[in-house]
Design a protein around this ligand. Structure first.
Ligand code: NAD
Ligand code: WQD
Length: 346
C-alpha cells in the first residue's frame, strides 16, 4: 500500500516507518522538523533499504497539506504530527491548539477532498487524566488535565464526527501509554531537544554522562515503592500496532479506539534499576517533590487491542532499557543538529 506518514521523522513515526517499510509498504513522510531531525530519515533509508519519499510540509499551512495529495493516491494516512510537551502546552496553549488541532483539520480536509478514507491517529493515555481505577479500559471516563491533553481529546472527537458524517471514512485511534526504547539497530531512537521531560530519555542521558542525576518526582505516592507507576511500552511493539491497525481498517472497513500498553505497571525505581542493569552504569538519583499534574499509577487494560487487532506487546522492561541504551550509547548526542541538505534528504 502507499501510505502518507505525517510526523514520520519523529520518535514514534520513524520507528513506525521502519516497520511499514519492512512490510513492503511504499511511504511518503511529511514533516517540518519542528521536533525532529532530517538525519532520522537518512538513517531510516539506510536501515530499511527502502526509498522512503519525503516532502517538507507544515500541517498548519493548508496549501502545503493539499500539495501532498496532488497527483498521488494514498491507501491510508498515519498521523503523528503534533507538539507533545505537557508543560509547554500550559505556557503556550494557543500554539498547541493551532499546531495540533488546525493541522489535523487541514489533514482531514485534504484527505476528504482527495477521497482518502483510512486514518491511523496517535492518541494518548493522557485522555484518561487521573483515572478512577487501573487497569484503564477504553470506556473509562475521559478527562483533561492540560492543554496538550485537550488537543488529543478534541482531535479524537473531530475525527469521530467526520466518521459519523461519512460512513466510508474509517479511523483507528491508538491511545499510547508510555512509549520508550529504540530500534534494535541503534540507528534511530528518541532525541528530545533540551532537557528531557520524560523519564526514560532523562535516565539514558544520566547513564551516558550528559546529566548528573535523575530527580525522582515524589517518593510518597501510594504505590508499590512510593514512586510513580506507568505502563512503559517498547516503541517497536507500538510501531507494529500501526501496521496492524492499517490492516484492520482495510480488512474490516470500520474504525476502532484501542489502548496500546503492556498492561503492566512499572515504578520509577524499577525502571531505574532495570536501566542500570542493562547499561552497566550507575544512575545517581535524588527524590524530590512531586511534579505538578502527575498521578500515582496508570496502566492499560490492552485486551481490546488483542481482540480486534490480534496485537499484544511482546517486549518487556529489560528489552526497553537494553535498546534505549544501545541507541543512547551509539549516539550520545542524539542525531546532532543538521539541516536537510547536510543530511542528504530530498
Ligand atoms: P515527536 O515530536 O518525536 O514526533 C512528532 C513529529 O511531528 C516530529 O517529527 C515533528 O517535527 C512533527 N510535527 C509536529 N508538528 C508538525 C506540523 N505542524 N507539521 C509537520 N510536522 C509536524 O513525538 P512522538 O513522541 O513521536 O509522538 C508522535 C505522536 O504520538 C504525537 O502526536 C504525540 O502526541 C503522540 N503521543 C506520544 C507519546 C509519547 O510519550 N511520545 C505518548 C502518547 C501519544
Ligand atoms: C513517568 C514517571 C514521573 C521524569 C507523559 C505525558 C503523557 C504522554 C507520555 C504524550 C512519572 C516520573 C519523570 C523525571 C521522574 N505523552 N519522572 N523524573 O508523565 O506518565 O506521561 O508522557 O501523550 O501525556 O504526560 O511520563 O515519562 O514524564 O513520567 O521521576 O525526570 O516518571 O513523575 O511518575 P508521564 P513521564
Amino acid at each position: 500500500m502507499r501510505i502518507l506518514v505525517c510526523g514520520g521523522a519523529g520518535y514514534i513515526g520513524s520507528h513506525t516507518c521502519a516497520v511499514l517499510a519492512a512490510r513492503g509498504h511504499d511511504l511518503l513522510v511529511a514533516d517540518n522538523f519542528v521536533n525532529s531531525s532530517p538525519r532520522a530519515l537518512e538513517r531510516l533509508r539506510r536501515l530499511t533499504g527502502a526509498p522512503i519519499c519525503f516532502q517538507l510540509t507544515d500541517l498548519r499551512v493548508r496549501a502545503e497539506v493539499d500539495a501532498l495529495f496532488e497527483g498521488q493516491r494514498f491507501d491510508a494516512v498515519v498521523h503523528f504530527a503534533a507538539l507533545k510537551a505537557v508543560g509547554e502546552s500550559c505556557e503556550r496553549p494557543l500554539d498547541y491548539f493551532d499546531n495540533n488541532i488546525s493541522g489535523t483539520i487541514h489533514l482531514l480536509q485534504a484527505m476528504q477532498a482527495a477521497g482518502v478514507e483510512r486514518l491511523v491517529f496517535s492518541s494518548s493515555a493522557t485522555v484518561y487524566g487521573d483515572p478512577d481505577s487501573v487497569p484503564v479500559r477504553e470506556d473509562a471516563a475521559l478527562r483533561i488535565t492540560n492543554p496538550y491533553g485537550r488537543t488529543k481529546l478534541v482531535m479524537e472527537q473531530l475525527i469521530g464526527d467526520l466518521c459519523a458524517s461519512d460512513p466510508s471514512f474509517h479511523a483507528a485511534n491508538l491511545r499510547y501509554f508510555n512509549p520508550v526504547g529504540a530500534h534494535p539497530s541503534g540507528l534511530i531512537g528518541e532525541d528530545p531537544g533540551g532537557e528531557p521531560n520524560n523519564l526514560m530519555p532523562y535516565v539514558s542521558q544520566v547513564a551516558v554522562g550528559r546529566r548528573e542525576r535523575l530527580r525522582i518526582f515524589g517518593g510518597d505516592w501510594p504505590t508499590v515503592d512510593g514512586t510513580g507507576v506507568r505502563d512503559y511500552i517498547h516503541v517497536m511493539d507500538l510501531a507494529r500496532a500501526h501496521a496492524d491497525a492499517i490492516d484492520y481498517l482495510v480488512r474490516e472497513g470500520r474504525g476502532l479506539t484501542v489502548n496500546l500498553g503492556t498492561g503492566r505497571g512499572v515504578s520509577v525505581l524499577e525502571l531505574v534499576r532495570a536501566f542500570a542493569k542493562a547499561s552497566g552504569r550507575e544512575i545517581p538519583y535524588e527524590v524530590v517533590a512531586r511534579r505538578a499534574g502527575d498521578v500515582a499509577e496508570v496502566y492499560a487494560d490492552p485486551s481490546l487491542a488483542h481482540e480486534l487487532l490480534g496485537w499484544r506487546a511482546e517486549l518487556g522492561v529489560d528489552a526497553m532499557c537494553r535498546d534505549a541504551w544501545r541507541w543512547q550509547s551509539m549516539n550520545p548526542d542524539g542525531y546532532g543538529r543538521v539541516g536537510i541538505e547536510q543530511a542528504g534528504i530530498s
